[in-house]
Design a protein. Structure first.
Length: 97
């Protein structure tokens, strides 16, 4: 499974419904599980982003499709990055010339 880090901000619609953000996060976690993606953690944050979440997904395509599905609900805008664990990074670095 690949690891992904998502940075997110509430849209105008999302901030109007901020009281429901924990419930929406639970719904996202359940929806992710239905398509083989695990939401490991979500943290609401202060500063530039309103939340950060980590996911495990089978591949980039699965995570991209899921992120587009979540975004289409209109409550958040996200930036998702592929992340590499220590064990994944070592063989990558071994390929450096």
């Amino acid at each position: 499974m690949a690891t992904f880090v998502t940075l997110g901000n509430f849209t105008e619609q999302g901030i109007r419904n901020a009281r429901d953000s924990v419930k929406r996060a639970d719904m996202v976690k359940e929806a992710a599980a239905k398509v083989g993606i695990k939401m490991r953690e979500i943290l609401w944050t202060l500063g530039t982003y309103d939340f950060v979440a980590t996911f495990e997904a089978p591949d980039d395509a699965a995570m991209t499709a899921f992120a587009l599905t979540v975004g289409s609900a209109g409550n958040v805008r996200t930036q998702t990055m592929r992340a590499f664990t220590h064990d994944e990074m070592a063989p990558i670095l071994a390929k450096l010339g």
